[in-house]
Write a protein that binds this ligand. Structure first.
Ligand SMILES: Nc1nc2c(ncn2[C@@H]2O[C@H](COP(=O)(O)OP(=O)(O)OP(=O)(O)O)[C@@H](O)[C@H]2O)c(=O)[nH]1
Ligand SMILES: [Mg+2]
Length: 296
């Protein structure tokens, strides 16, 4: 089951609400999710596998093309597509067209989560209901992923829709990505929270060393930045920024792992990594085929 939608619609918040854990990072800034995140929920005889995806955006650089590619690939694999929309925004022609173009690539049945109804106005929610009825004609659900309203009803409906099949994961498993991925994501989430402007989008976190036989768990993480000017911002005056980042990230990682952690952050240059094929694939992105715009 693939969750898709525009950036900031609340896909990751919804994934977490469905699974009941903080699995996929959430921030108020758009383009928080960069790679797909799998969440697994087993209830009685049903096992639901949810794929959270990067927002459907207009890809401007290679990194955004990789993000969009990840979303479209997850869409193509879906047995059910769950479109998540932010009902506080109006269903503009442009947003609508982008969503419809993406959904066109999926064969699977569609459902729509009309999200953020806790803060949206009734006319705005109505406008989205009309939009769904006109363009998709599929079941739709008013929810608030953040507050939890309607999430149980949505889940119950998804369970009814679920095609039968064997469990692909053990019953108590909630994720399929490696622990290292989540650890790096938690640092990235903290960067989104603590830094402004381009920094969150210019920084990539990667676990370099993970020694869990040790107590506390030793984690060395590389924080790659794109341009020299960003190093100073990341480190801050007398190291204040990197220290604050380390402290808040460590607390999150300790909560996630249920163990104490020694977090060693290394700030390193990786010039223009967002535009560089070799860097992006080393960082774990699957890249779209080369196109003309890259050669310019
Ligand atoms: N009030 C309210 N806020 C919400 C709701 N769902 C999500 N949010 C907020 O909306 C913002 C974006 O949420 P995310 O879950 O990160 O959105 P996303 O669709 O995963 O965004 P990208 O990963 O950037 O594509 C966060 O600040 C959330 O707290 C909701 O139901 N109500
Ligand atoms: Mg997200």
């Amino acid at each position: 089951m693939t969750l898709v939608g525009r950036p900031n619609a609340g896909k990751s918040t919804l994934l977490n609400a469905l699974i009941g854990e903080h699995l996929s990072i959430v921030t108020p800034k758009a383009q928080t999710t960069w790679q797909r995140v799998t969440g697994i929920l087993t209830v009685e005889a049903d096992q639901l596998i949810f794929l959270d995806t990067p927002g459907l955006l207009e890809a401007r650089d290679l990194m955004q093309r990789a993000m969009l590619g990840a979303a479209l690939e997850a869409l193509a694999e879906a047995d059910i597509v769950l479109l998540v929309v932010d009902t506080t925004r109006s269903p503009s022609t442009k947003d609508g067209a982008r969503i419809l173009a993406a959904l066109d690539q999926a064969r699977a049945p569609q459902r729509v989560a009309l999200n953020k109804v806790d803060i949206a106005s009734e006319p705005s929610i109505h406008a989205w209901e009309d939009w769904v009825d006109t363009h998709l004609g599929c079941p739709r659900f008013r929810i608030s992923a953040e507050v939890g309203t309607g999430v149980d009803d949505l889940l119950a409906a998804l369970r009814v829709d679920l095609p039968p099949g064997p469990f692909l994961y053990p019953e108590d498993e909630i994720a399929s990505d490696p622990v290292r991925f989540f650890v790096a994501e938690l640092v990235r989430e903290t960067i989104f929270e603590q830094f402004q402007q381009e920094i969150p989008y210019s920084v990539f976190c990667q676990v370099e060393e993970y020694r869990e036989a040790q107590d506390p768990v030793y984690i060395q993480m590389n924080i790659y930045f794109e341009r020299d000017s960003q190093k100073g911002m990341l480190i801050g005056k007398k190291g204040a920024a990197i220290r604050a980042l380390g402290e808040a990230s460590r607390a999150k990682i300790e909560h996630f792992l249920g163990r104490s952690v020694y977090l060693d952050l290394w700030v390193k240059p990786l010039k223009a990594w967002r535009k560089n094929r070799a860097h992006l694939s080393q960082l774990g992105f699957r890249l779209p085929a080369e196109d003309e715009t890259e050669k310019r």
